[in-house]
Design a protein around this ligand. Structure first.
Ligand code: PMV
Length: 312
C-alpha cells in the first residue's frame, strides 16, 4: 500500500465538558463535518505539500513515532473549523491514526484507534479526556462514565478512568454558533485545573455538572427536548462559573434562548462555539447572526472514523 486515506467527524458536547476531565459523566454527538487525511511514505514530515516541523504537528509526530516512522507526506482537508470547540484536533488524530495504521497493514479496530488517538491528544494537549477522540472514532454519540449499556472501551490515564458507551444519536435539531474566536483546548483545561486547585467551591460545581449530565442522559434517550434544554442552559452557567465562557459566548447563548429549549457553550470554551437545541433553527440562526456569530445547523447520526476517501 503506497497511500492510505481516512476521515473522521467532529463532535459537539451536549453536557459535561471539563467535568469529564475529572472522571464525571459527559455526552457528545458526532456531526456532519469531517476531516479527511491521506498519508504516503516519506523520509520527513510534509503537510499539504510543504515541509513541516514535527514539533508543530505533535499529534502526527506522536502517531508516527508509535509506528516507527520518521515522516510521511500528509494531505488534510477539513470542514471542521479549528479551535471552534468542535473537536477538530481529535478528529485529525483519529483519521491520522486510521490512515497510518492502514498504510502499515494494521487492524482498523476502533478501540485501538480510540486509544492511539487519545494518546496523541494527550501528548499534544496535556490533561484531557478521551471524549472527543471517542466521539470521532465511534461516530453517532458517546456517553462517558454513565452506568448501563455495553462499554465500547475503557481508557485509563494518570489514575483517572473513563468508561465509554455508544448511544444512538437522537433526532434533535441543533444549531452551532461559532464566535470566530479560536481557542485552544489545553489552556482552558489548565485554567479549570488551577481554579479547582485554588478554590474548594470548584469541586462542587464540577459535581453539579456531573449530576445534571446524568439527569440529561435519560432525557436524551427519551428524546425529551423540553427537559434537556434547561439542563444545557444550567450547564452553561456552571461552565461560566468555572471561568471558561466569554462575553461572545454568553451573548450568543442569550440570543438563542428565546428560540430554543436551551443553549450552552460546547467544548473547551474561551471562544469557539455554542450550541442550541431548538425546533426553530431559522430563528436561532438569525439571532446568532444578528449578534455577530456564524451559525450552522448540524446533523447528528454521523458515522465514525472510516478508511478510504471521504463521502460528502
Ligand atoms: O474544545 P474541544 O473540542 O477540544 O473539547 C474539549 C472538551 C474538554 O472537556 C474541555 C476537554 C476534554 O479533553 O474532555
Amino acid at each position: 500500500m503506497t497511500e492510505y486515506s481516512a476521515s473522521a467527524p467532529g463532535k459537539f458536547v451536549i453536557l459535561g465538558e471539563h467535568a469529564v476531565v475529572y472522571g464525571k459523566p459527559a455526552i457528545a454527538l458526532a456531526i456532519d463535518r469531517r476531516i479527511s487525511v491521506s498519508v504516503r511514505r516519506c523520509g520527513d514530515l510534509r503537510v499539504n505539500g510543504e515541509a513541516a516541523d514535527p514539533g508543530s504537528n505533535p499529534h502526527m509526530k506522536h502517531i508516527l513515532d508509535r509506528h516507527g516512522m520518521a515522516g510521511a507526506a500528509v494531505r488534510t482537508d477539513s470542514r471542521i473549523p479549528p479551535g471552534s470547540g468542535l473537536g477538530s484536533s481529535a478528529a485529525l488524530s483519529a483519521a491520522f491514526s486510521s490512515a497510518v495504521r492502514g498504510l502499515n497493514g494494521m487492524s482498523q479496530d476502533p478501540s485501538e484507534i480510540a486509544r492511539e488517538a487519545f494518546e496523541a491528544e494527550h501528548y499534544a494537549q496535556g490533561r484531557g479526556s478521551p471524549m472527543d477522540t471517542s466521539a470521532s472514532v465511534h461516530g453517532k454519540g458517546v456517553a462517558l462514565n454513565i452506568p448501563g449499556g455495553d462499554a465500547l472501551w475503557d481508557i485509563d490515564r494518570d489514575g483517572r478512568s473513563w468508561r465509554v458507551t455508544g448511544i444512538e444519536a437522537p433526532e434533535m435539531t441543533f444549531v452551532v454558533g461559532y464566535t470566530g474566536i479560536r481557542a485552544a483546548t489545553g489552556p482552558m483545561v489548565e485554567r479549570v485545573r488551577r481554579y479547582k486547585e485554588g478554590n474548594g467551591f470548584a469541586a462542587d460545581v464540577i459535581d453539579e455538572i456531573g449530576s445534571l449530565t446524568l439527569d440529561g442522559m435519560s432525557r436524551v434517550l427519551k428524546n425529551d427536548v423540553a427537559g434537556l434544554g434547561p439542563l444545557m442552559t444550567r450547564n452553561h452557567r456552571l461552565l461560566a462559573i468555572l471561568g471558561v465562557s466569554c462575553r461572545e459566548l454568553d451573548k450568543l447563548v442569550e440570543a438563542s434562548l428565546p428560540h430554543s429549549y436551551g443553549a450552552k457553550l460546547t467544548g473547551s470554551g474561551g471562544g469557539g462555539s455554542m450550541v442550541a437545541l431548538t425546533d426553530d433553527p431559522e430563528g436561532v440562526c438569525r439571532a446568532i447572526s444578528a449578534r455577530g456569530g456564524a451559525p450552522f445547523v448540524v446533523r447528528t447520526g454521523e458515522r465514525g472514523v472510516s478508511a478510504g476517501p471521504p463521502v460528502r
